[in-house]
Each structure stands twice: as structure tokens, then as C-alpha cells.
Design a binder for this molecule. Sequence first.
Ligand code: NAD
Length: 414
Amino acid sequence: MSLFDNTLKQIEQAASIMSLDKDIVTILSSPKKILQVSLPIRMDSGELKVFQGFRVQHNDVAGPFKGGIRYHQQVDMHEVKALATWMTMKCSVVGIPLGGAKGGIIVDPKTLSKRELEKLTRKYVDSIEAFIGPELDVPAPDVNTTPEIMAWIADEYSKLQKRNKLGVVTGKPLEVGGSQGRGDATSRGGYYILNEVAKAKGINPAETRVVIQGFGNAGSHMARILQEEGYKILGVSDSRGGVYSPSGIDVNCITKCKKENGSVLQCECGNDIKTITNQELLEQDCDILILAALENQVTAENADNVKAKIVLELANGPVTPEADEIFKNKGIMVVPDILANAGGVTVSYFEIVQNEMNYYWSEEEVQAKLEPIMINAWNRVFDIQKEFDCTLRQAGFISAMRRLEAKLKARGLE
Ligand code: NAD
């Protein structure tokens, strides 16, 4: 099964629970537009290489398409279609006026020089210029894409348009029209949701042990925020493996160590700290497992070995439908991606608004606007979960599709 097949399964399951009109299911099961581009780049060595890039625009009934760009050697069209569909659902879960899209280039950016990376990024923008824009489709960062890359996108697009069009992309550095609070927005949004889960389940942070897979933008900020809020972080990992200490690790120390050495491995940031594989990390003793790396990390093969009682998806699609079923049977709560990581796109929405007004908010203002959006989204999803006695993921899709159905029917389906 491809990742997009998993997404369709999630749509179908929720649609069946809520008895959603079949026409709406049909529309939401097909992306509106799919683009594949070849990107020839003269490498520093003089060799000409052609990279493949994608942009999938899933649905824009709620507003302009919106979604990140991923640079990874395993990007493929099924993955981009799945991620674009989840973006439509995510924007609808938090009720922001944006649709869903996603982009990607098949490349391991670690093998490129900075000059090559910039050329590739600008070439991608040249190739998809007609399909993006502040009112049309607004990309953002995702795996392996940074604020600096977003600045190149904004600059290239503005050059092509012969005017400043900074709102073409979000997640930009502050100097280029970025928003305060965008850097850790995904994690902060996830924290606001976890806070509501904690209230609902009577969780005391000081007695709660957390393990986090992925120590990039989403995972590292989440580790810092949770440690600041009193949670005990026992383990973290990146693509090369992880570290775990039963008595807790020092997140600031890990962050500094990763910056210096490029990985969390070998970071001596806790008592009795041990080096483990990513597989082992997922199966360590803890109360909350936070998935902040890639999709398909917890599957039918390893779900049974997960010891956490709550799994929070900061990554997109880290738990497969089969693993979801196992967790449901074991009473493990999965806080789904389309709710848990929606803080990122919400602050991206704030960035577009600020760019349009050319008037900028403080970090406190951004957080004060983000928190109620996340809490309202949680309350709505939690109510739906109780209404249908379903999983939080199914409730998230129902919440999203109720809003999308109303918009589609109001505007017309054809
Ligand atoms: P990132 O590139 O900043 O970090 C990814 C991290 O995952 C890195 O630490 C990397 O080493 C690690 N990793 C990669 N492969 C791994 C593996 N097999 N096992 C363990 N770790 C691995 O990317 P990010 O922006 O933090 O995105 C992570 C996830 O969060 C993705 O699924 C992304 O779609 C999702 N997400 C990100 C945002 C955002 O605003 N950045 C918003 C919503 C969702």
C-alpha cells in the first residue's frame, strides 16, 4: 500500500462513520492538480544532473493551496499526494482559510554544496512559477528545507514577478518577511494540544516521561518546550540513531551537541545515557511517544512493542492504519498529525496575513492568536470523538470533512 492509499483509507473510514455524501468523498479522494518537473542543474564538478520535482495541489475550496516542500531522496508522487491531502484536512481541522498542497524534490540535500542547493531551489521556483503565488498556492518548509531556502524562493518568485511578493512562501527568516514564532510553531501548537490531552487525562508533567523520534525543526523545539514545561525527556533520535537515559536527558545539552557534531549520537547529556537505534527508541519505556521524523515509522510489525500510553504525531503519517488498529485495541491514544502538527500551518497563515498587511506582530501576539485556535480545534475533535465513539484520527477527519462539505456544497461541486 502506498502512503496515498493509507490517506484514502483514512478518508473512507471517517466518511463511513459520519455517513458523508459520496460526492464529497469522490472529490476529496482526487488531488485537483499534479505537476512534475525536471530540473537540470550544472553541479560544481561541471557535470549536468537532472532532478525531479513535484507539486500536488489537493483542494482549494477553503482558500489558496498551502503546504511545505520536502527535499529527500525518498520523495515520490504517492508521498506528495498523501501529504497534500493531509494539508487540506489539517487546515480544515483548525478552521483556517487555506487549502492543501505539498511539494518535493528527489534529492539528498546533504550531498549538495550550498551553491548547488540554491540553484536547485531557484530552478524549482522557475519551473512552478505559474502555479504558485500568495492567492494561489503558498509553499513552506518541510523535511530538510529551511528558512534560508524559503528566502531564496521568495526572492526568485519576486524577481520573476518584478515586484515584492514575499507572501508566496512562509517560514521565511524575519529579515525577509517571516513571522515571529514560526520557527517553533509546529511544536508549540503540538504542546497546546498535549496540554489539553493532559487536562483530559489528569496527567502531571513532572511525572510524565517522554521519548521523541526526530530532532529537526519539529522534534527539537518540542523537546525544549516540554522540558521547559516540566516534562521528563528520556530519549531523542535523528536519522543516525538515538540516545536514551532512564533518568532523563538534558535537551539544551543535546541541542548544542547536535549543532557541533551533526547528530544526537555520542551526546553525553544524561546519567547512564545509552546509544540506541531508531527502532529501539520507539520501544523504550515511556508515557508519551512523540513522532517527529518521517511517515510509516510505527507499523503492524512494531506497534505491539510500543510501551507509551499516548502517541503524538508531530510528523505526518508516522503511524500506519494497521498500527492505528493495534493501538486502538490496546487503548493507546494517538493524537493525529492533522491536529497535533497544525500549529505550523496556522502560523504560516499568520505570516501570509502579515505579509499582505505589511504590518508585523510580536511573538507574544502570535502565540496568543495560535493558542485559542489549537484549543478550539482540540475541543471540536474531542467532542466528535465522544459523539461517534471513534478514534481521535477519525474524529479529526470528520471535523475537517464537515467543514469541507459545507464549503463544497455552498460553492458547487463541478
Ligand atoms: P527536519 O528536516 O527539520 O527534521 C527531520 C528530523 O528527522 C531530523 O532530525 C532527521 O535526522 C530525522 N530523521 C530523518 N529520518 C529519520 C528516521 N528514519 N528515524 C529517525 N529520525 C529521522 O524536518 P521537520 O520540519 O522537523 O519535519 C519532521 C516531520 O514533521 C515531517 O513529517 C514533517 O512533514 C512534519 N511537519 C513539519 C512541520 C514544520 O513546520 N517543519 C509542520 C508540520 C509537520
